[in-house]
Design a protein around this ligand. Structure first.
Ligand code: GRG
Length: 299
């Protein structure tokens, strides 16, 4: 199947499961809170992280059927949480996300903050339940939860965000630029790939390859994100452009220029694909196509 059709098809399935998770969970959360959580999740988005988890699972020979989807959706709940909090006035203070007013513009800062926390906790609740229903051993379940928590926390997304905010308006070293983006953006993308592998019970060599693949495409994804903030279009992106420069953010084009950044993204994708080929992943073609797609995405 062509990658665009694949992504479209998978997004549809993931959207269905996200609806189920949000609306059929008895633990929920109060009507006003659920409204704000669902608003940001359902606003759209490419669903890249759950798609990577599902595709990595299949690439490692995970059984057919749809049992993997709830666990994969947990990643989207976490991702949406980070977007809501990233947009808050105390962070990037953005007005639009996924083509709609940001969560705090729509519901106010207090509700948006709580919606983010609600999504994060719903994610781990979903992940724990799914790992159990997929029949993973207690040790494997622990590893699933702790790897996602580690990628999300101070040694991952949150850590990258802190350095990103502290670096605004400053000239940063190559090392700091890489740290920000491999943590703020790369960590969740990497763990999306290894989560798929873990749920398929892949051995360590394959997990290491998925981790390296995720690192490569995560870097390419961020470079393209920086480029789209310069060359992209509000309508396609669903959010404002030019914000990075206005805030003095540390970006790849800011440090290397546009052409060199494109070359860096291309090289990162080539490295990512080579990792898959080396590790003897059973069927890695779609992961390779997703890597190429990341270079040409417009949103
Ligand atoms: C506690 C996990 C946690 C987060 C709080 C706010 C924050 C700390 C971190 C921000 C992380 C962040 C927003 C990184 C940006 C990553 C990025 C490039 C987002 C855009 O992702 P796309 O293009 O968006 O996949 P869609 O809308 O398609 O899902």
């Amino acid at each position: 199947m062509d990658v665009k059709a694949y992504l479209k098809e998978e997004k549809k399935k993931i959207d269905r499961y996200l609806d189920r998770i949000l609306f059929s969970d008895p633990a929920c959360r109060g009507r006003a809170l659920l409204e704000a959580m669902a608003y940001s999740v359902k606003a759209g988005g490419k669903r890249l992280r759950p798609i990577l988890a599902v595709t990595s699972y299949r690439a490692c020979g995970g059984p057919g059927g749809e049992d993997i989807y709830p666990a994969a959706c947990a990643l989207e709940l976490i991702h949406t949480y980070t977007l809501i909090h990233d947009d808050l006035p105390v962070m990037d203070n953005d007005d639009y996300r996924r083509g709609l007013p940001t969560c705090h513009r729509k519901f106010g800062v207090r509700r948006a903050t709580l919606a983010g926390v609600g999504l994060l906790l719903a994610a781990f609740e979903t992940l724990g339940r799914s790992a159990e229903s997929l029949g993973l051993s207690p040790d494997a379940r622990k590893k699933v939860i702790s790897s996602v928590a580690a990628a999300t926390g101070g040694g991952g997304v949150v850590g990258g965000q802190v350095v990103d905010l502290e670096s605004e308006g400053k000239e940063v070293s190559e090392e700091t630029l890489n740290y920000i983006h491999s943590h703020k953006t790369g960590a969740l993308i990497r763990v999306s790939c290894t989560l798929g592998g873990r749920l398929a019970r892949a051995h360590e060599k394959k997990l290491a390859a998925l981790d390296a693949y995720g690192g490569g495409i995560g870097l390419a994804f961020q470079i393209v994100d920086d480029l789209l903030d310069i060359e992209g279009d509000f309508k396609e992106l669903g959010k404002g452009v030019g914000a990075d420069q206005a805030r003095g953010k540390a970006t790849f084009p800011g440090r290397y220029g546009i052409e060199q950044s494109k070359r860096l993204a291309f090289a990162a994708v080539e490295r990512a694909k080579a990792e898959l080929a080396r590790a003897d992943i059973d069927s890695w073609e779609m992961l390779a196509e997703i890597a190429d797609f990341i270079l040409t995405r417009k949103s």
